[in-house]
Design a protein around this ligand. Structure first.
Ligand SMILES: C[S@@+](CC[C@H](N)C(=O)[O-])C[C@H]1O[C@@H](n2cnc3c(N)ncnc32)[C@H](O)[C@@H]1O
Length: 198
């Protein structure tokens, strides 16, 4: 069973001590002082971690998740988080999740939600040291496997005319599709950033 928790554990700790806008994910979506936080459509919500962090940093975030077990776990965790006064205040009503396949619904949600950022973080093939992967990620991997159609999702995202598309990749992986405008390096991951100037 997949039980997610936005109140305690890793995410609770990260909300309190995680480094705010200095975090790689915050920089990747373009969060910076003096600019209103962007609206982010998270096309691959997963464990909801990036979505939660961005919401607590001021972004309005809609997360789409196509796996029904994972989507239910996200909606359940969000409901419990809303019952916790401190976490609810940190989220400020800016976070929501829906069960949907972004490959099917992306144009519709781009038009209704009007995001400034599309965020794509699919399941990549496992690392060789998979024994070290944390429990929730292990369950997610058992449930979801590898997102073999992820490149198709990125291509679709790039066609939407949204100003910024961010894809989270393993640190050393080759870039997909075409060269990104910027790259932000995290410890084990990397954010490739595509800017649409049209
Ligand atoms: C690596 S996880 C995302 C982790 C997430 N960024 C986090 O911080 O917890 C990838 C998730 O994307 C979902 N996914 C992949 N392709 C999708 C699509 N086309 N539409 C919706 N969800 C998708 C998978 O089911 C999986 O749960």
């Amino acid at each position: 069973m997949l039980r997610l928790d936005f109140v305690d554990g890793t995410l609770g700790w990260r909300r309190r001590h995680g480094g705010g806008r200095g975090q790689a994910v915050a920089k990747a979506v373009g969060l910076r002082a003096g600019v209103p936080p962007p609206k982010v459509l998270d096309c691959t919500a997963g464990l909801g971690r990036d979505a939660f962090i961005l919401a607590t940093l001021g972004c309005q975030v809609l997360g789409l998740e196509r796996n029904s077990v994972v989507a239910s776990a996200l909606i359940d965790a969000l409901q419990r988080a809303q019952e916790d006064e401190v976490t609810a205040k940190a989220m400020g009503g800016r976070l929501s999740f829906l069960e949907a396949d972004s490959l099917q619904v992306l144009p519709e949600f781009v038009s209704s939600f009007q995001p400034q950022v599309l965020f794509v973080d699919p399941m990549h093939p496992p690392r060789s040291k998979s024994a070290l992967v944390k429990k929730e990620m292990r369950i997610l991997r058992e449930e979801v496997g590898v997102d073999a159609d992820a490149e198709e999702l990125l291509r679709l995202a790039l066609r939407q005319g949204v100003p910024r598309v961010v894809v989270k990749m393993p640190r050393r992986a080759d870039a997909w599709v075409k060269s990104p405008r910027h790259q932000i390096m995290g410890r084990s991951t990397r954010f490739d950033i595509f800017i649409n100037t049209s």
